[in-house]
Ligand binder design. Structure first.
Ligand SMILES: Nc1ncnc2c1ncn2[C@@H]1O[C@H](COP(=O)(O)OP(=O)(O)OP(=O)(O)O)[C@@H](O)[C@H]1O
Ligand SMILES: [Mg+2]
Length: 312
């Protein structure tokens, strides 16, 4: 497997974003006039929220945008004190060549009420220098006091024409052969979630350049990259139980331990996990792989990988 297609095909500008016309129109206007307010992006998974937040930051913060931008993944940085320290540190200095900085709280659904209340105060204390962007799956998971301070931008589940246009784009670029029936199957089985769509296309394309509806349905029951992604994200954020649950799901689908080990290895190699952690995870995978081959119990070995990551 080469690079992950979800990264390869992540839109670099608003013009590459499929669907989401209304959200894109508003965000483009903000980027052009460089007037960004506090924002709340809400919508289902895999429809472009994180993608659009990054594009908005790039286009509104100018050349050295990264100096003026901080992304906190709320599900990794759950501890209130971590958030407070990072926000304080970041907002202390003046923005560089821009009139504001952007703090992006991705996956903010998982913030506790207490953390949200603290963030609301930070919006007040640092609002002059900093704009806050929250991304959530459900708007109702955010306290009223934050909602009322934000412009709400709604992202929709992608419709058939948007999904088909992305399928065509990727098929052309990857030289895939695909018919209408297969496109329908892809659309029906991913429900407007483009991350799932792209991962599914990549996993099928790794076995066949010709995508058929039958292959789509067959590979759905196999390991999907989404699950592997969740296994590692949960483990890395210290949530062993969620991580184990995803592993159990894959095992219950009848996937063999060696297939899981291979899928984990491919995932980690191609992921954007920090390199020091990546090395440590690969060592854990290699160790489990070896032990399984010499006769250790696969399930225990797989769980041990997650348990060790959770402890870091
Ligand atoms: N509107 C879109 N146009 C083109 N590609 C998209 C779009 N939305 C998502 N994608 C693709 O799906 C991937 C995941 O999208 P993104 O990370 O923006 O989802 P999200 O809405 O933030 O989901 P989540 O709620 O799970 O965080 C992107 O890397 C990109 O490849
Ligand atoms: Mg996201």
């Amino acid at each position: 497997m080469d690079t992950l297609w979800v990264d390869k095909y992540r839109p670099k500008s608003f013009d590459d974003v499929v669907g989401q016309e209304e959200a894109v129109r508003k965000l483009k206007a903000m980027a052009e006039t460089k007037t960004v307010q506090h924002l709340l992006f809400s919508g289902p998974p895999g429809v472009g929220k994180t993608t659009c937040a990054l594009i908005l930051a790039k286009e509104s913060l100018g050349e050295n945008w990264q100096d003026n931008f901080m992304q906190l993944n709320a599900s990794d940085d759950r501890k209130l004190i971590t958030i407070q320290t990072k926000v304080k540190e970041f907002s202390r200095s003046k923005p560089l060549n821009s009139s504001f900085k952007i703090i992006f709280l991705d996956e903010a659904d998982s913030l506790t009420t207490e953390a949200q209340q603290a963030l609301r105060r930070m919006m007040e204390d640092y609002g002059e220098n900093c704009r806050f962007i929250f991304s959530v799956n459900y708007q109702s998971n955010i306290i009223e006091a934050i909602q009322s301070r934000c412009v709400i931008i709604r992202f929709k589940s992608l419709d058939k024409s948007a999904v088909f246009s992305l399928i065509d784009k990727i098929s052309n670029s990857e030289n895939l052969e695909i018919d209408e029936e297969a496109k329908e199957a892809l659309f029906n089985s991913t429900m407007g979630d483009l991350r799932r769509l792209i991962n599914l296309m990549q996993s099928i394309a790794s076995v066949s350049k010709k995508i058929t509806a039958e292959l789509v349905y067959k590979s759905l029951s196999k390991i999907n990259l989404d699950k592997i992604d969740k296994i590692f994200k949960s483990a890395l954020s210290g949530d062993y139980l969620s991580s184990k649950k995803e592993l159990d799901d894959i095992i219950s689908q009848g996937v063999s331990p060696s297939e899981i080990i291979n899928a984990m290895y491919n995932y980690v190699i191609n992921s954007d996990i920090a390199v020091e952690k990546k090395i440590k995870i690969i060592e854990l995978i290699a160790e489990a792989d070896y032990r399984i081959i010499v006769g250790a119990t696969p399930l225990i070995q797989l769980n041990a990988i997650l348990a060790k990551i959770t402890e870091w």
